[in-house]
Design a protein around this ligand. Structure first.
Ligand SMILES: O=C(O)CCC(=O)C(=O)O
Ligand SMILES: [Fe+2]
Length: 239
């Protein structure tokens, strides 16, 4: 924990906050920072992956998504470091500054607060979508590349939610250590299909500006997480 904090502090202090804040704003609340995770932290996270193998939940929704995921609940049981990273003050402060929002952690019951995405079989992908907020406030998604031996790209359309503004389509490889940050209701995005003998593993973190969620939205969000990500057993375990 101390070490995570120290290592990440080194990285965030050398970043030009004003420049990336401006970039984030100009891109309608979207930002990419390559080599954000220092090698030491990256290696620490990669070392945890073998023990997580049995916890991967595979999903297949025709024409929408195919891949594996590990929920926050499994990560808490098997690899608490991911939860520590999620709550790391230096990381949260950095994200608050960039977004200019008072970011909050998702409630303990949210299986998606932090999670891993696994693209391991040919054709694994997710179709174009927004990371819609079911909370009463905004939802911010952070993606951190852990493993990328793949030809898959994160493809995204900037400004698609703005009437009369031309959409810009771009794509990027989520190389190990790359950080992507965006407002889930603004960035239309997809992951292109994995090729043969490829592998792509991503850590996702979710922060919100209001932790309240209506009962109906909680149900919809849980159903989505159960079907498209973590399975019913994880999502409806006790809540
Ligand atoms: O794997 C990624 O890079 C992003 C996946 C994604 O957008 C999602 O599952 O909502
Ligand atoms: Fe997404």
């Amino acid at each position: 924990m101390e070490q995570l904090q120290t290592e990440l502090h080194k990285v965030t202090t050398v970043l030009d906050r004003q420049k990336i804040q401006a970039e984030y704003q100009a891109q309608n609340e979207f930002l990419v920072v390559e080599n954000f995770l220092p090698q030491t932290i990256l290696e620490q996270l990669l070392a945890l992956l073998p023990s997580l193998q049995p916890a991967i939940n595979r999903n297949y929704i025709p024409n929408h998504k195919k891949g594996g995921s590990i929920s926050k609940f499994s990560l808490d049981n098997l690899a608490p470091t991911f939860g520590e990273l999620y709550r790391l003050p230096v990381l949260v402060e950095f994200l608050k500054q960039i977004t200019a929002e008072e970011l909050l952690f998702c409630p303990d019951t949210d299986p998606h607060a932090y999670a891993l995405y696994y693209y391991t079989e040919p054709g694994d992908h997710i179709q174009y979508h927004y990371d819609t907020s079911y909370y009463q406030g905004k939802r911010y998604t952070v993606l951190l590349g852990l493993v990328d031996r793949s030809t898959s790209k994160l493809e995204y359309q900037l400004y698609r939610n703005i009437p009369n503004r031309e959409t810009q389509t771009r794509s990027l490889a989520l190389t190990p250590g790359t950080l992507v940050l965006f407002n889930g209701d603004k960035l239309y995005h997809r992951v292109t299909p994995l090729g043969n003998n490829e592998e792509r593993i991503v850590l996702t973190l979710e922060y919100v500006t209001d932790t309240r969620m209506s009962t109906l939205n909680r149900f919809v969000s849980n159903m989505k997480d159960a079907i498209a990500y973590f399975g019913f057993r994880q999502v409806f375990r006790s809540s």
